[in-house]
Every structure is written in C-alpha cells, then in structure tokens.
Design a protein around this ligand. Structure first.
Ligand code: GAP
Length: 533
C-alpha cells in the first residue's frame, strides 16, 4: 500500500484533501489522472446501467433532502456504529475494529496527592502484555490521574487480573476504553439562516433514498413497467469514526446505486403459475424470465455486476462473492451478496447487492402519506414493488483498480540495461489516458508537425497525451507509470524517408508487452477505439 499511496500522489491519482493545511482525515482529492479514472468508471457504469439497457432510467437528485426521509429509512435511529474512546488520549475507535488482546490488567480504585491535598476516586485500569513490567501499567495510570489534576498521583487499590481476548483496552497505549456507545454516522447541517432544531438537515449517507422517494415520478415520466430500475451516481457522506486504508473508508465518497423494482413473488406466482427456484435456473440467469421471483433477480444482478467488473479488468480471481449469513443481514434484507476485492490490506467490500423486499417504499408510503403502490396492468393487481439493490462505491473501485493495476517488471533502459519499471496495467477501458503521441525527436519540425496531426486525429475519440520532452525511452516509462495502454511514435519512416511503403505509418507500442507494430495512421483511430470501447 505504501508504494501505491506514494505513486498515487506522485502521478496525480489521489491527493490528501486540504494538504497544505495538514489534511483533513477521511477526505481525498483526485488529481489529473485520478479525475479521469473516476470519470471513466462512472461513465462506464452509467452506460452499462442505462444507455445499454431498456429497463433502467437515471436520476440525479439533491444531496440534502427532507429530514423526514432519514426517519423513514431508519437512518436517524439506526445508522450508527458502536464507538469507544480512550480514557487517556480521548482517541475514538470503532468498537468492532479493536483487535482482541491478552495480558495482565492492572486495576486502580483512585489516586491521591497528599502534599497537594488532592484525590480522585475515579476507577481506572490499564492492560500490559504478559511479561512486561508493572511500571508500564502504572505509568499509564499516573498519566490518567494527572489529567484529573493530581500532579503527583499515588495509585490506590492496585490489583491485577489475567485477561484473554479482551477488546476493552486501547491497543496503542493499554488504557481502558469507555463502554461502547452508538454514534450516528450522518453529517449534519442547517438549512436556512437559523441554526435551530427545525432547520437541522443531513448530507445524504447514501444515494438510494432519493430513488425511493422519486420512484413514482420517475415511473410516470419514463413510462416504464415493473420490472424496471432507477439508478443514480453521486456523493454520499458518512462521519466515519475511523477513516482508514487510504480512500477505502472515507467520510465523503461517491456511490453508484441501482434500485431495481420487481414484482412481489405472490404476483409472479399468480401470473406465471409458479416462481422459478434459484436451483432451477443456473444457466439462464442472464436472460430474465417472467417466472423470476426475487431470488433469481438477485442472482441475476450479482452475475451482471461481476461481469461488469471483469469488463474493466478485475478478473474473477481478484473478487470474492460473499453471501451474507442470516445473522449478518440488515433487518430489511432477505439476502445480501457482497462483492469483495482482494486489496493489499485484506479482502474487503466493493459492492453490496441486497434484496430489500418492499421495506423502503413501504416506509416512505407510511411517513409521507403518499401511495407508493403500482398498478400492474398485466397482473391486474396493485402492489408495492420489491427491490434488488446493487450498490457500489466509486472511490473503492478506483482504489481497487489502482491496486490491481500496480505492477513492477523489468524493462531495458536506453542502453539496453534492464531496470525495474513501474507500470499501471489499467484496462484500456478505464485507463485515464488512452494513448500517448510522441514525435521521435522534438527538434525536427516535420516530425513534430506530423505528431500533432496524429494527436488532432485521435483527440475527438479518446483522451490523448502529447509528449515531446526527453529521450523516447523515458517518455515511454512516464506513460507506463500513468497506465497509458498505447503509445504512438512518429519517426522518419512516417515521413517516408525509408521508402514510400512506410509513409504515413507509425509505431504503436503496447504498454504491457512493450511490443511495437507498424500501423497506418488511417487505421489508428478504429483500431484503438475497438480496444477502449
Ligand atoms: N444503499 C446501500 C448502501 O449504501 P453500503 O454497503 O452502506 O450500502 C454501498 O454502501 C457501497 O458504498 C459500499 O459497498 C462501498 O463501496 C461504498 N461505501 C460505503 N461506505 C463507504 C465509505 N465510508 N467510504 C468509501 N466508500 C464507501
């Protein structure tokens, strides 16, 4: 990860937000290459979800919405993580992220400073690893009492206990933690000129709820019929207790969410005579059928999403399809599959695909008093549709793609000596720059002129980077590090100096194999377009 973080900064993929002011934990900026990468991800997702399908439409909703939405969705009451604070440093942790520890716990009933006539009756304890001297625990305890105004604390009531696999102590300093308590993750703000409880609002913690509340409007204007979906890409905010692993857990991030509305199983049963079972239909989960209930639609979306990840270069061997166990499911979910990616820091979630039943629409119907029912012409029935929700994070995916692309291999330098090359093997479809154009020499006006013509020829179709500075080998290396899949070099053959048969041809270099082939300028655009589309 260290190499990846440093390359991200060096090459302008990801910068720390507000860096010149010391940064802001959990917030990130995307540099020139990162911004292109993120755009490519979102555009490909949007295209695959909406433009290449008949049954999904898009939405672009506001970030701040009516606060009642978050009451209806359950976020105000339940969108929280258990947190604990270190009694010594006040540092806050997510309770479930404290590694279990074993050792000797030292307990104190209080401390006093007779000379100053001061005393504290606050109980405290500190954990030290087996074999460590008691003074370590006493030092931590003294610091605790010093913070309570006892300058020279004499510890009182010391007793010890061997403990195993406890999560009650700060792993960084051994201090006791507070009892776990819930911490709501929604970021608050006030709408309007008065900071009153009436004006309290939230930055959305997910994009999904806007889709549910606009379900009826989007349905009416798009003249879709169930089954159909509404999707959205946009920012979401969560006041994460412990942002970590680079951009993996951030406080501001982007989501790409689809809410796919389906018939309840009873309606499918009535219409089709039976509901297809998950086990019946393995080979046909790519072709929706009228007898599909929620289980098959759910499986269908899991498969669609994995195929999409494959299409942008995340092979199945880098992903894990994790079916949540019954006890792990959110209260409204019938089933959830997490698509995990093998990050260098562990195998972690990229996307969740949940079968949410009719929970959300029913809640909004209840809280808004507006009907969320749909009249199904074919079934001659009115019902609240059920939902399958594939919900992915743009930033997590960008990080996965960066981790997946990072590679070091050996390549010859200008003198033919092998050196270590850092190459970002981005799939051409999501690579920030698709092609780099190089005149072999910058001091030959004919080469430069031709190279600029080639750049103009390719520019309307793809992102092109023109580079004439430095030795050609060095220019290749720079583009390898940026993950540019193709390099086009304009040389003297292009000008026809070695004979007319090579006139208006260029060398096309492949980033991964470093192989070069001779290609006609006229063939370049269609050839590259085929690889990047
Ligand atoms: N509407 C369902 C929902 O929001 P989620 O599992 O909480 O479900 C969906 O979030 C996706 O959003 C995750 O799989 C992840 O990719 C992304 N995500 C969630 N929290 C994030 C965070 N703090 N930082 C970056 N991405 C996050």
């Amino acid at each position: 990860m260290e190499k990846i973080v440093s390359l991200s900064k060096r090459r302008g993929l990801i910068f720390q937000s507000s860096e010149i002011y010391g940064g802001l934990n959990g917030f990130w900026d995307y540099g020139p290459l990162g911004a292109e990468l993120k755009r490519n991800i979102k555009e490909r997702w949007w295209r695959s979800m909406t433009q290449l399908r008949d049954d999904v439409v898009g939405l672009d909703a506001s970030i701040i919405m009516h606060p009642k939405i978050w009451e209806a969705s359950g976020h105000t009451s339940t969108f929280s993580d258990l947190m604990v604070d270190c009694l010594l440093t006040k540092k806050r942790f997510r309770a479930d992220q404290i590694e279990p520890q074993s050792g000797t716990a030292y307990f104190y009933t209080g401390a006093s400073d007779a000379a100053a006539g001061k005393e504290s009756k606050d109980a405290f304890s500190a954990l030290i690893a087996a074999g460590k001297h008691a003074d370590y625990a006493r030092k931590v305890a003294r610091q605790f009492y010093q913070q309570r105004g006892i300058e020279n604390p004499e510890l009182q009531g010391e007793r010890t206990e061997e403990v195993r696999n406890t999560t009650r102590y700060n792993p960084e300093n051994g201090s006791l933690l507070t009892e776990p308590r819930p911490f709501n993750l929604m970021l608050k703000t006030y709408v309007g000129p008065v900071e009153s409880a009436d004006n309290l609002s939230y930055l959305r913690p997910e994009t999904a709820q806007a889709i549910f509340v606009q379900f009826k409007s989007a349905l009416e204007v798009s003249r879709q019929r169930v089954p159909f979906g509404i999707c959205q890409v946009g920012k979401a905010f969560r006041n994460e207790i412990n942002p970590r692993n680079f951009t993996f857990r951030s406080r501001e991030f982007e989501q790409m969410e689809l809410e796919f509305f389906i018939r309840p199983d009873e309606v499918v049963q009535k219409l089709a005579g039976s509901v297809a079972a998950l086990s019946d239909a393995q080979p046909s989960t790519l072709n929706p059928q009228p007898n599909w209930g929620w289980e098959l639609w759910h499986k269908y979306w899991v498969e669609q999403r994995i195929r999409w990840y494959e299409s942008i270069g995340l092979g199945r061997d880098t992903l894990v399809e994790y079916w949540q166990k019954k006890e792990e499911l959110a209260h409204y979910a019938k089933a959830t599959v997490d698509i995990l990616f093998k990050f260098p820091f562990g195998t972690q979630e990229l996307e969740g695909i949940a079968a949410r039943g009719d929970f959300d629409l029913t809640q909004h119907q209840k809280f808004s008093g507006k009907s969320m029912e749909y009249f199904d012409e074919e079934a001659k029935a009115k019902y609240v549709p059920h939902v399958i929700e594939p919900s992915a994070g743009v930033d997590r995916l960008a990080l996965a793609l960066i981790c997946n692309a990072y590679c070091e291999d050996q390549a010859p330098d200008e003198k033919g000596k092998l050196e270590t090359r850092v190459v970002m093997r981005f799939h051409p479809r999501i690579a920030p720059i698709k092609v780099a154009v190089f005149p072999l020499l910058k001091n030959k006006p004919e080469l430069v002129k031709k190279a600029k013509e080639v750049r103009e020829l390719l520019r309307p179709h793809m992102s092109v980077f023109y580079d004439e500075a430095g030795a050609i080998g060095r220019r290749y290396r720079r583009q390898d590090e940026a993950g540019t899949p193709f390099g086009v070099t304009i040389d003297f053959d292009t000008l026809g100096e070695q004979g007319p048969e090579l006139r208006d041809t260029v060398t096309l270099r492949d980033r991964d194999t470093m192989k070069q082939e001779r290609v006609k300028i006229a063939d370049l655009a269609p050839m590259l377009l085929e690889k990047i589309q």
